[in-house]
Design a protein around this ligand. Sequence first.
Ligand code: XBP
Ligand code: MG
Length: 259
Amino acid sequence: MTRKSTPPLSALLFDVDGTLADTERDGHRIAFNAAFAEHGLDWHWDVARYGELLSITGGKERIRHFVSNYLPDYVPPQDFDDLVITLHRSKTAHYARLLEQGNIPLRPGVTRLLQEARDAGLRLAIATTTTPENVTALLRCSLAEDAENWFEIIAAGDIVPHKKPAPDIYDWALQRLNLTAADCMAFEDSENGLRASLAAKLPTLVTVNDYTLDHDFSGACAVISDLGEPGQPANIMAGSLHGDRYVSLDTLIKLHDHA
Ligand code: XBP
Ligand code: MG
């Protein structure tokens, strides 16, 4: 159904990693390990360790944190800053290859909801700490060839000084959209992401994943397993979908009205 009147809900802002797709465990983690191996380093991030490292947003920041906190005997080379950049560039290339292989599908309900929002004329944006190339590759490989154009704003990576949980990336996107937070809804999967969106005053719907199940999601409109599909209901962990069993545009409007 197309909404003719100007909706009070004007735009949707999506996090990427963990929200659009489960990219972390079988995507970014594998790519980091491949980059370490490619550069002759015996560093390896297993699933559990990567879960700990996820508390640090941003890949370059995550590598630095790992070296400072997990490798007491490692003596960084003089050009350590360059090494981090080189490793991260290599990781980005490995990650793109994983996406090209088509192994990272979007999460349940994501494609359906994006289509519905587009059809209704809602504005779409991305707000993520990940590298811009990762976003465009995911959209192209896992959503649609032209999916980059579905989003009016792609706010990603190092364009702001402070990554999530700082609100900077959301503030940047809102400024570019020329909207106030109250006109929008954000979608997040992690505590750091939620802290960022709430600090930007955005009503936020959380879809959890295996890495974020235990996070503190106080302040979210609702916390659910995923967006769900007709016939594949979402599990509701906190809040309410106002009688709905999966998230449609009407659900979002109800959530937004109650925020
Ligand atoms: C995502 C991240 C990213 C990815 C890696 O956080 O923390 O750092 O793990 O991406 P969010 P890069 O979903 O909250 O945006 O290596 O490109 O930084
Ligand atoms: Mg995320």
